[in-house]
Write a protein that binds this ligand. Sequence first.
Ligand code: 5GP
Length: 190
Amino acid sequence: MQLLEQKICKEGKVFEGDVLKVDSFLNHQIDVGFLCRLGEELHRLFADCGVNKILTIEASGIGIACITAQFFHCPVLFAKKSKTVNIAGNLWTSRVHSYTHNTDHDVVVSKSYLGAGDRVLIIDDFLANGSALEALIDLCRQAGAEVVGAGIAIEKVYQGGGEMIRRKGVRVESLARIASMDTEKGIRFC
Ligand code: 5GP
């Protein structure tokens, strides 16, 4: 999506460790009008998939997920980062390796809000190694929910997560696809 690529070129900042900061419109300050355009495009891509729920992960996926959900007229469920053990057994749980913090943690969703019969569109801000997306797909599998696909704002293609998930047969659509990124040479799109 050219609009997003242009915005990334203008406002994105590349940091050591393969981290792209887009804090001016997506990850800290949120440009609601701009995200609406992304939500609209994600809706166009998945409009005929019978989506009845959007699933994302806290915290940075929530903004774009909520804006996208307005076009689907469906609720957003966000997986929460959990430190407590699921003693009551009322949660679906999966493990994520955090790309930006380099730590492992569990993410959970209530069994009350995700189950068989749900047709889920997963939305996230970034796709890097694919751990977050894998965990969200795993939560859906446990719940017996159908994943219709994943809509991602920015995929760092060279990190391989997208390819790994697509090879598993999941449809992944990314609005901006970064082929390479460098603090000096900048960003190159696919
Ligand atoms: P993955 O699990 O695919 O390795 O990483 C995806 C998650 O890590 C996303 O939910 C996002 O929050 C975070 N992430 C990965 N790469 C970047 C990046 O370059 N910039 C930012 N801001 N977040 C990233």
